[in-house]
Design a binder for this molecule. Structure first.
Ligand code: SAM
Length: 194
């Protein structure tokens, strides 16, 4: 029997996105996985949108895009997804979107030195909120434990705090006690104003 456990930051991101899309605009959704990696989040999004929905998935590593492609193909959902071997800074090219998911850090199973970078992460976050439909949600899982991760996590928090509270609401969810601290944490940003 599986023991109950508290959700991880990635589980919470999925729960928030699932809830948002369930109560949200319905079919015709446009959603983005800004960091495809092994494709778990892309597959999660592809399962949530209707056949008319669109998923855009970005990664700068060809291996990540190929792994994601294979995962989607195995699930029979490849045609719902546009895979982009490009930086997430370009995600604004897809027009208005309802959800953007960021899972920062390195490609699990790949080169741990190839991490997301503060400058491009903040430019991509800005593009994400600029293109967010009212009621839309951006999730960001930050990993302060790996080299460079703390700086990036702090930059994400600083950037989030300067958003206009008349248009956006944001929250941070963090595990307080875990082996191998500092634990990953989740930032959620919703657009609620016009
Ligand atoms: C923690 S992994 C993502 C895990 C993934 N969401 C999953 O479900 O398996 C972070 C990914 O971000 C990618 N990445 C790094 N810089 C990027 C950038 N500028 N644009 C898009 N992806 C980037 C890395 O190559 C890596 O695969």
């Amino acid at each position: 029997m599986n023991r109950p456990r508290l959700p991880r930051a990635t589980d919470l991101a999925h729960a928030w996105v699932r809830e948002r899309l369930r109560s949200g605009p319905g079919s015709g959704l446009a959603v983005v996985d800004a960091t495809a990696g092994n494709g778990h989040d892309t597959l999660f999004l592809a399962r949530l949108v209707d056949p008319e929905g669109r998923v855009f998935a970005y990664d700068v590593q060809a291996e990540a895009i190929e792994t994601t492609r294979r995962r989607l193909e195995a699930a029979g959902l490849l045609e719902r997804v546009r895979l982009r071997l490009a930086s997430h800074e370009e995600l604004g090219e897809n027009g208005p979107v309802d959800v953007v998911m960021f899972n920062l850090g390195y490609f699990p199973g790949g080169d741990k030195k190839l991490i997301t970078q503060v400058g491009s992460t903040l430019r991509a976050l800005q593009a994400a909120v600029d293109g967010l439909n009212p009621g839309g949600l951006v999730t960001v899982v930050c990993y302060p434990a790996h080299p460079g991760g703390r700086e990036e996590a702090d930059a994400v928090l600083g950037w989030t705090r300067q958003l206009d509270p008349r248009r956006f609401r944001a929250m941070r969810c963090e595990t307080l006690l875990v082996q191998g601290e500092p634990a990953p944490f989740l930032v959620g940003i919703e657009r609620w104003g016009a």
